[in-house]
Design a binder for this molecule. Structure first.
Ligand code: AMP
Ligand code: ZN
Length: 116
């Protein structure tokens, strides 16, 4: 069920424009509006799930498919061999600002560890 106030639900519903580069039955991916790397893509479930804390038994395929989408997008972006980073922030301390589950795919530059 879409959340009326959720930015990413509005992107899924095509009420707000985004640079969508991948679509499947249960997920879409689009370029981050404020990219932190040469490739910065957000992969999100079509269904509104606010945070990792809201995942339930039965959601395994949704979460798994985000990762399958990520490796496919990484391949299209030419990142398979050099590598890339997948990040999912949960709640404020981790830096989550949009409360619709999303997997960040970052690549095209050297990533530092530990992250800030
Ligand atoms: P997070 O901080 O993990 O919640 O990530 C939210 C991400 O959404 C940030 O990297 C933002 O730059 C990105 N973002 C916010 N609004 C939009 C938008 N309209 N289109 C694309 N990306 C967005
Ligand atoms: Zn949503």
């Amino acid at each position: 069920m879409a959340d009326q106030d959720c930015l990413f639900c509005k992107i899924v519903a095509e009420e707000i424009a985004a640079d969508i580069i991948y679509e499947s039955d249960d997920a879409i991916a689009f370029r981050d509006i404020n990219p932190q790397a040469p490739t910065h893509v957000l992969i999100i479930p079509r269904r509104h799930i606010a945070t990792i804390n809201d995942l339930q038994p039965g959601d395994e395929s949704i979460v798994g498919n985000l990762h399958i989408a990520a490796k496919q997008i990484a391949a299209v972006e030419g990142l398979t061999d050099e590598g890339y980073r997948l990040v999912m922030n949960c709640n404020e301390a981790a830096g989550q600002t949009v409360f619709h589950l999303h997997l960040h795919l970052l690549g095209g530059r050297i990533m530092n560890w530990p992250p800030g």
